[in-house]
Design a protein around this ligand. Structure first.
Ligand code: SF4
Length: 157
């Protein structure tokens, strides 16, 4: 099976996943209005190149309100997004801001792919990291097989 077909299978598996009962899968939130068929998660809509040499892994994408406000794709004015773009530009890897990017040259994803009710400042649970890393993050790393994997700050609370 080719890379794209494997990725599509993983996306469908994520849409059906209910392992973390306190989180909301984007496939059901707002009837899945912003959950695209082509992406494993909202951050991958920004950068989702399956042949990327650099993969960036964030903690989670955020909360339900944020997801609806920005229609399932990142906010160009978000401080984290701006900083990531500046840092990548600094090392010679310029990318568009999320609302303007289409596919991109990198692969961005999150350790936790579902949405928290509390929003960006809400708590995270160890079990969510364990579940999603085992079932979805590791397969993404193996599939893309990047030269470099960069992880952003993670916080358990
Ligand atoms: S966060 Fe990951 S493991 Fe947990 S329910 Fe969502 S897709 Fe499944």
């Amino acid at each position: 099976m080719d890379k794209q077909a494997q990725y599509s299978q993983l996306i469908q598996k994520r849409k059906a996943c209910r392992l973390c009962s306190e989180l909301t899968n984007p496939s059901v939130y707002e009837n899945g209005a912003f959950d695209k068929e082509e992406h494993i998660g909202p951050w991958t809509r920004w950068q989702g190149n399956l042949d990327a040499e650099l993969m960036v892994i964030g903690q989670d994408w955020g909360g339900e309100d944020f997801y609806v406000t920005y229609r399932g794709i990142g906010d160009d004015e978000n401080a984290t997004n701006k900083t990531i773009r500046e840092l990548l530009t600094f090392i010679g890897v310029p990318i568009e801001l999320p609302q303007r990017a289409h596919g991109g040259s990198l692969f961005f994803t999150n350790s936790i792919l579902c949405l928290r009710a509390e929003g960006l400042t809400g708590r995270t649970k160890e079990g969510w990291f364990k579940n999603c890393s085992r079932v979805f993050l590791r397969p993404q790393i193996e599939l893309v097989n990047p030269k470099v994997v960069a992880t952003l700050g993670f916080k358990l609370s």
